[in-house]
Write a protein that binds this ligand. Structure first.
Ligand SMILES: [Cu+2]
Length: 146
């Protein structure tokens, strides 16, 4: 067991512990998908709608998956006719609001897939919130539609 897989293992155990208390989690995820990418691609993108049905703000401070070396919170912005990506330290969802991760806006940037992912594959991503509650989501890979 190398360093990386040990870290993942510990992380999953931690999530399991937390999930006992997370039944009343106010975060729900709708319409999540990962855009299929060419085989040589070192980065992929995930989109979804994050909904906070609670009375308190939710801040997602980390996202992890066994399939990727790292996951970052990005936002595409346009400056002087050029599109570039900003990196955010977290994603905040206000009470009773939803945050859309969509093309041309905020998204999850997924780095270095360990295997070729195709349409129909399902990727598990663990989201960690500021209160240390973790939530696992299942995200299907789909063909990009333009
Ligand atoms: Cu990005």
């Amino acid at each position: 067991m190398n360093h990386k897989s040990l870290a993942n293992y510990l992380f999953i155990i931690l999530c399991f512990f937390k999930s006992a208390y997370a039944n009343d989690s106010q975060l729900s995820v709708e319409g999540a998908w990962i855009a299929e990418a060419p085989p040589v691609s070192k980065v992929m993108v995930a989109y979804m709608t994050l909904r906070n049905s609670g009375k308190d703000p939710i801040e997602i401070i980390a996202a992890e998956s066994d399939i990727y070396s790292s996951i970052e919170f990005h936002e595409t912005v346009h400056e002087g006719g050029l599109a570039k990506m900003l990196r955010h330290g977290s994603l905040k969802i206000l009470p009773n609001q939803s945050l859309q991760l969509k093309r041309g806006g905020k998204h999850l940037m997924l780095f270095n897939p360990t295997k070729r992912l195709k349409t129909g594959d399902i990727v598990t991503i663990q989201l960690t919130m500021k209160n240390n509650i973790c939530q696992s989501i299942s995200v299907p890979v789909k063909k990009s539609q333009f």
